[in-house]
Design a protein around this ligand. Structure first.
Ligand code: SF4
Length: 211
């Protein structure tokens, strides 16, 4: 990315942070993985209770290692509802300050919606999109196919590299045609204006992480 592209991206990040805050999220920006880990250590003290959704971003940034080794981490999906800090990554983050998250089982979006005292969502710059249409298309073309490959699913996208139903219109939105038991795109949530202010914190990292 050259200086002009970086300047344009900075404008998008600034607007996204402002809109997240207007929507009741806590929002922060860090330049890189090291700044992210320093911030996470400040927010989440050692010995806190934590849980997380499955996330390549958390693994790649080292956040998963921190919460698994330095905090009281649970991988029990029901215990996760009672922890102090729940960590997840964004499937897509719109410039309007909305999170778009898609789950197979639903435990991750359920915990993000209700339960844990604080939810921290980490989003690399590759997760930034203009609007919800782009968010849906991003998940179907860039996020879910590699995730299905990573998880060794037998879904149509594993064979073709893209969703069997990759568009936004009302026929394709819920991915008609994907009847696989391994489907990971079953429960989609848009996190928009928040009633409980600052319960969800979104941290944008100025690097690319995850799918
Ligand atoms: S709906 Fe099915 S085919 Fe489409 S991305 Fe999700 S798992 Fe893959």
């Amino acid at each position: 990315m050259d200086a002009n592209q970086r300047k344009a991206l900075n404008g998008i990040i600034k607007e996204t942070l402002k809109n997240l805050e207007e929507n009741g999220f806590e929002a922060a920006y860090v330049n890189d993985r090291n700044e992210l880990l320093n911030l996470i250590r400040t927010i989440i003290p050692e010995n806190s209770t934590t849980a997380s959704g499955g996330s390549e971003t958390l693994i790649e940034t080292g956040v998963m290692d921190y919460i698994k080794t330095k905090t009281e981490y649970t991988s029990d999906r029901k215990e996760a509802f009672a922890v102090q800090y729940y960590l997840a990554s964004a499937n897509a983050l719109t410039i309007h300050g909305e999170l778009y998250e898609v789950d197979g089982r639903g435990n991750r979006v359920a915990a993000m919606l209700f339960g844990p005292e604080k939810v921290i969502v980490i989003a690399g710059i590759n997760k930034l999109v203009l609007d919800l249409r782009e968010a849906v298309e991003r998940v179907k073309t860039k996020a879910s196919p590699p995730n299905c490959i990573r998880l060794d699913k037998s879904t149509p996208c594993v064979k073709t590299g893209r969703c069997v139903s990759p568009y936004f219109d009302d026929r394709h939105l819920s991915a008609l045609g994907c009847t696989s038991d391994g489907r990971i795109c079953s429960n989609a949530v848009i996190f928009s204006r928040q009633m409980v202010k600052k319960r969800i914190m979104v941290i944008i990292v100025g690097e690319e992480y995850g799918y």
